[in-house]
Design a protein around this ligand. Structure first.
Ligand code: ATP
Length: 306
């Protein structure tokens, strides 16, 4: 036993593209998505707990309000899965220091689950490969494998089958946060309602988007951003249209609802532009907070030992 605990830093994500296929008979949708991990991080600490304490969970940080600390937390489920699968002691203490918005379409819960998988692997010296961790991650939720891999990747199936994508350069983002989250299932239901009677084709990656990434061309990338859930998120939360308009007026290269929302992600040319838009959004009165981030960044990884 060489260490008492580990701290794993794990990023949030934006979806540069989210293409949603028709509703399957099993109630799910096939999706094709392009993820980018961005520099907004949760820190997940995994330590040995006192004897017979079981799995315990605590939460702090800027976005910790309303995050459950019981077995419904995805980080708890990740710990349970690992101790059961590898026959480990249940006495594990997890602490989440949250900076990723909750229910913001930025995969915050998935990030924490990924952090626990990587943390338990390191603490118990299981020696799992990234591929093995991503397979376990897929059992917890469709965004969890990407939270492990980070970078830029294409997600297919339910978004859980990850292929790294070629990309050049760094992209600057301004994120407009909403005071209240949106439920992912509610947004999918609204999407189905809005598309009722329409022929929906198989979701595919956009060629222009992939070309823009390969070239490191942020202007082209701004034009190629797309999200099939955006209309549904705006239908449930009409104020999002006003937020998107502020971005257009203040020179964003592109703006998009991130995943199922309600966070709106604006791509901007550089740090100066990002400051201008941050000020404009803060003054607009239509957002509850604004943060700046850049990507791509690494996936879940151990940053310190205790
Ligand atoms: P995604 O982008 O993957 O759809 P999201 O970012 O919109 O997810 P989360 O932040 O993961 O949403 O939270 C969705 C809900 O899950 C929250 O309302 C909360 O009740 C619950 N939850 C469970 N575990 C966590 C966690 N570790 N952090 C935040 N929320 C969690």
């Amino acid at each position: 036993m060489s260490t008492n605990g580990v701290v794993v830093r794990v990023p949030g994500k934006v979806n540069l593209q989210l293409a949603v296929g028709p509703l399957d008979p099993d109630g799910y949708h096939e999706v094709t998505t392009v993820f980018q991990a961005i520099s907004l991080f949760d820190d997940v600490t995994v330590k040995y707990g006192p004897p017979n304490s079981g799995i315990s969970l605590s939460v702090s940080g800027a976005t910790s309000a309303g995050v459950p600390t019981d077995e419904s937390n995805l980080a708890y489920k990740a710990a349970k899965l690992m101790v059961t699968k590898y026959g480990l002691s249940e006495d594990v203490a997890i602490h989440l220091k949250k900076e990723i918005p909750v229910a913001g379409g930025m995969a915050g819960g998935s990030a924490d689950a990924a952090g626990v998988l990587v943390g338990i692997d390191a603490l118990f010296e299981l020696g799992l490969s990234r591929d093995e961790l991503e397979i376990i991650a897929a059992q917890l939720g469709s965004d969890v494998p990407f939270s492990i891999s980070g970078g830029i990747a294409i997600g297919t199936g339910r978004g859980d089958q990850i292929t790294p994508a070629l990309s050049r350069g760094t992209y600057h983002w301004v994120l407009a946060l909403a005071g209240q989250g949106l439920s992912t299932p509610a947004v999918y239901n609204e999407c189905d309602r809005l598309r009722e009677g329409l022929a929906i084709s198989k979701p595919q990656v956009g060629d222009e988007l992939m070309q823009a990434l390969r070239a490191g061309d942020s202007i082209a990338l701004g034009k190629a951003l797309s999200n099939d859930l955006q209309a549904a998120a705006c239908s449930l939360r009409p104020a999002l249209r006003l937020v998107l308009d502020v971005g257009k007026d203040y020179g964003a290269l592109g703006g998009i609802v991130s995943g199922s929302g309600p966070t709106v992600a604006f791509l901007v040319e550089d740090d100066d532009k990002s400051l201008d838009l941050t000020v404009a959004l803060s003054a607009s009165g239509v957002v509850s907070g604004v943060v700046r981030a850049s990507g791509p960044v690494h996936g879940a990884r151990v940053v310190s030992t205790l």
